[in-house]
Design a protein around this ligand. Structure first.
Ligand code: ASP
Ligand code: MG
Length: 400
């Protein structure tokens, strides 16, 4: 059996940690496994490399940024290989290019296009532990290309898919929790979560696994284990919903603080006006979400949506443009809100859940600004000051 292990930046932050991982990998190898290891850059290396470039200019060339950032992982693969060899294991380090990882797209945010797994398989046959630099590949021009921040998870899952291997992601947290334990100390660790739920939670800000990696896992049916490196093996398994043992209505709750709400009031409610708002938003590259409009029958109505706080400058531009087009409208941007999201595959077939959520809100006097539901999630925008409390109360209500 081939096993792909992935170690994130904090797990390989020092040479001591790298040696400990080497010892552990040696053990896994001696249990008759073929071992492929994907590693991230040590600790905050990537951040520091980026900082160096920005010391020189505000707008460094993206091709050169890829060249620069990719060196972080190259340091780690060499050190891990040296560590394994020093312990008497046969090991070889490979850059993304050497591992046959082809990418496409724009520099600093490439996607993996294909992987030729033959070279890795050849080395495994020779009995080697193969160490691959995460986060990087090579584009059609032969240039090194990176996959976007946090991209090593994607490298690991993609390799596991091609090698028909098991995939184990090791980080500094011991698994995926139903809710951030810093928000709710009684949070429970999830033993199994479906790909869709995990994607929704990652997207909503739970942040343990890169959502692209989970998407890839789903596409190729790669079961992903996430847990603490060198710890007990009691982390979380991300798998298909068919393999889930028990179906809980709510699997997880996340609180996204990077959100603001926009209300556009006193706008003539014609479809073409709504379209005008969207058109401008698209032109400005604003990511909008949770759109709602009130009573379309009255002549003037209001229209609301949410978007990331990071879009504030573009939003202000949007507001100016719209005010020119529609003289009487007011655009209110409210950054003092958070989005509380409840995620669970049982949600769609369960209207009682919505009732329970609003009962909690009613009993605790929590008002909300907006609600949006998808097949497996309900997202509610509440005032910032109430966000964590709302999440705690809901966690208690659904016993997660
Ligand atoms: N080293 C890269 C980053 O910090 C990739 C990764 O850690 O997955 O974003
Ligand atoms: Mg990471």
């Amino acid at each position: 059996m081939i096993i792909v292990h992935k170690y994130g930046g904090s797990s390989v932050a020092t040479t001591e940690k790298i040696l400990d991982i080497a010892k552990y990998l040696g053990k896994v190898k001696s249990e008759n496994n073929d071992v492929v290891v994907v590693v991230s850059a040590m600790g905050k290396t990537t951040d520091n490399l980026i900082k160096l470039a920005y010391e020189i200019t505000e707008d460094p060339d993206k091709r050169e940024m890829d060249r620069l950032m990719s060196t972080g992982e190259q340091q780690t693969i060499a050190l891990l290989s040296i560590a394994l060899q020093s312990l008497g294991y046969d090991a070889i380090s490979l850059t993304g290019r050497q591992a046959g990882i082809m990418t496409e797209g724009h520099h600093t945010k490439n996607r993996i296009k294909s992987i030729d797994g033959e070279k890795i398989k050849g080395y495994l046959k020779e009995g080697k532990i193969v160490i691959v630099a995460g986060f990087q590949g090579v584009d059609k021009l032969g240039d090194v290309a990176t996959l976007g921040r946090g991209g090593s998870d994607t490298s690991a899952v993609a390799l596991a898919a091609v090698l028909n291997a098991k995939c184990e992601i090791y980080t500094d947290v011991d698994g995926i929790y139903s809710i951030d334990p810093r928000v709710y100390p009684d949070a429970k660790k999830i033993s199994h979560i479906s790909y869709d739920e995990m994607m929704e939670l990652a997207f909503l800000g739970a942040g343990v696994m890169e959502s692209r990696a989970v998407e890839l896992g789903k596409k190729y049916g790669v079961e992903i284990y996430v847990g603490k490196s060198l710890g007990e093996k009691n982390g979380t398994i991300i798998t298909s919903k068919e393999k889930m043992m028990e179906e809980k209505v709510i699997t997880g709750i996340s609180v996204n603080e990077n959100i603001l709400m926009v209300n556009i009031e006193n706008i003539p409610t014609y479809a073409k006006n709504v379209y005008a708002i969207f058109e401008q938003a698209v032109n400005l590259g604003i990511n909008i979400d949770m759109i709602s409009q009130n009573d379309v029958l009255s002549e003037h109505g209001s229209f609301a949506f949410a978007c990331p706080k990071t879009e504030k400058t573009s939003l202000e531009k949007l507001s100016e443009i719209l005010k020119e087009e529609f003289k009487d409208i007011s655009v209110i941007i409210n950054p003092y809100v958070v989005k509380v999201s409840l995620v669970g595959i049982g949600l769609i077939s369960n209207t009682v859940v919505a009732a329970r959520i609003f009962k909690v809100f009613a009993e605790n006097n929590i008002s909300f600004h907006q609600v949006a539901a998808s097949e497996i999630s309900i997202a509610i925008i509440v005032d910032e000051v109430m966000g964590k409390e709302a999440a705690r109360l809901l966690a208690k209500e659904f016993n997660i």
